[in-house]
Design a protein around this ligand. Sequence first.
Ligand SMILES: CC(C)(COP(=O)(O)OP(=O)(O)OC[C@H]1O[C@@H](n2cnc3c(N)ncnc32)[C@H](O)[C@@H]1OP(=O)(O)O)[C@@H](O)C(=O)NCCC(=O)NCCS
Length: 157
Amino acid sequence: MIGNDIVDLALAHQESNWQRKGFLDKLFTAHEQQLILSFNNTELMVWNLWSRKEAAYKIYNRMSGQRVFNPIQFECDDDKVLFGDLVYYTQTQITSDYVYTIALTTKNGFNAVHPLETKSNIQKTNGIPNWLNPESNILFPASITHHGRFSRVIILE
Ligand SMILES: CC(C)(COP(=O)(O)OP(=O)(O)OC[C@H]1O[C@@H](n2cnc3c(N)ncnc32)[C@H](O)[C@@H]1OP(=O)(O)O)[C@@H](O)C(=O)NCCC(=O)NCCS
């Protein structure tokens, strides 16, 4: 299954003061906070980890049907995000403008992920997007993300 999340670094810098008291404690585990504070670009690490948690959360939300706000229970561990017994595999692209994560439930499935140029033929069920292939009439799981100047739509074939 699939999830994605993009963070526009300029907008995040403008909108969120991650140094505010309580911010890190609310969103990140002790281990994650250690990673953040020991990294030379702390702000970038905040959005790197956050993007991975959000991408993993989208899979969790899709598969469980539950909407929770429990960032601490989604824990980044190298390129994985763990939620209890569940494991989500992530690939994160970091540029000077954005951080972008794709999460999957399988480690080797990333070559089955394809970007879409537009949201045409996206259908949502309970807010969860799927893409209808107009030729085969088959539905594929999709994930959508946008923040500031950037957006991405992807499908899992
Ligand atoms: C639902 C949520 C993940 C959306 O993330 P966001 O950063 O606000 O917004 P994004 O642009 O990345 O995603 C919004 C899009 O995702 C789509 N979407 C919602 N749930 C989705 C899911 N489970 N899978 C894929 N896409 C989903 C929405 O339809 C929306 O599409 P639209 O642009 O066509 O309206 C977020 O608002 C949320 O509720 N997070 C839960 C808080 C939390 O606990 N986060 C920490 C996880 S550890």
